[in-house]
Design a protein. Sequence first.
Length: 173
Amino acid sequence: MSNILIIYSTVHGQTRKICDYMQDKLTAAGETVTLEALEDKPDLTAFDKVFIGASIRHGKHRPELYQFVADNKEVLDSKANGFFSVSLVARKPGKNTPDTNMYMQAFLKQSEWQPKVLEVFGGNLDYQFYGPMDRNIIRFIMWITKGPTDPNTKVEYTDWAKVDNYVAQIQSA
């Protein structure tokens, strides 16, 4: 069995929810799993495998993500590793794979680290949870992308079967 670290960078909590789910599945399968927030700057050296999940905020991964992977590139490259991105764009067919998702492709171009196991997951849309500024920005983006704009919308776009498949990839990495 492996000693696995899953690092998350989340704004509204969906990436953390996905990581909690992964931890539960992996632990049930006998793996040792530690969850850490990116802002806690976890030490990677004690782990066999390191996987990072990050959400999109207003069209971008957070700058701290790029700094963290640059600071830890050598250690990341020496271990089984992976990266997944969580966004509302990933809800759409044609934008829901690492090869077709613009945010994943932007990450791979901007990052010094090239993760071995990649995936993208749809996020969660809950207008009532957001503050006024975020609510209006996200509604505008959803209007442009032909998504739901009703301010009472609450829908989870995460494909949990796809998350299960990623968990299997973590185990076999």
